[in-house]
Design a protein around this ligand. Structure first.
Ligand code: ZN
Length: 201
């Protein structure tokens, strides 16, 4: 596999980088992404590919189950750099179908660190449990609902961070969007349209 990756890089240089040399030369001098992406670490969820974007489009943070934790210095520093220095206009939190993290929230998990991490999404499970029992949802329907509820919960966490709260107190940016990527067909559903939402919502 490693050889394949390096061969892939040679192809990238020949078929993408060199034919677009002017674009990549400008990009080498400065990155100016306007979108900050918070997604899952899952290997099937490649943000630039699924959105047809070139390198330089998005500043990216990915973790298990696209979670925003208030005590995570990693995401906080990415948010600070993105919002304060890069002047990011839009933040996308993107969950995805058939997410192992979401299944682990539903089923429970033995590994200590993963279990502790997923505790941050437990509020989403409470909502999904209630709705699934009210509506008699199948397991697959419930997992999709839990995925969507987790995206909404993480948006709430994001809006509660002082950095974002203070930013929103000054205006409407960054807009915050919630998406669901379907690994089975490659499409994106908009769960929360940040273009239509007020920052205090
Ligand atoms: Zn996932």
């Amino acid at each position: 596999m490693i050889d394949q990756l390096l061969k892939g890089n040679t192809q990238f240089v020949a078929t993408e980088f060199q034919p677009n040399a002017a674009y990549y030369e400008a990009l080498a001098l400065k990155q100016t992404p306007t979108v900050l992406w918070i997604g899952c670490s899952d290997s099937r969820v490649s943000e630039h590919q699924m959105t047809g974007s070139k390198p330089g489009t998005m500043f990216v943070h990915r973790n298990v189950a696209n979670i925003v934790a208030f005590n995570d210095v990693n995401i906080s520093s990415i948010l600070e750099y993105g919002v304060v220095h890069l002047k990011i206009e839009d933040i996308v939190i993107c969950g995805h179908t058939r997410c192992g993290g979401i299944a682990a929230i539903e089923d429970g998990v033995r590994e200590n660190y993963i279990a502790d991490w997923l505790c941050i999404a437990s509020g989403a499970k409470e909502v999904a449990d209630r709705v699934a029992s009210e509506r008699g949802l199948s397991r697959e329907e419930k997992l999709e609902l839990l995925t969507a509820e987790n995206v909404k919960l993480q948006i709430k966490h994001l809006k509660n961070l002082a950095l974002i709260k203070n930013q929103h107190a000054k205006g409407t940016l960054p807009r915050i969007h919630g998406w669901l990527y379907r690994v089975e067909n490659g499409t994106i559903d908009v769960l929360v349209d940040g273009r239509a939402e007020s920052p205090q919502a």
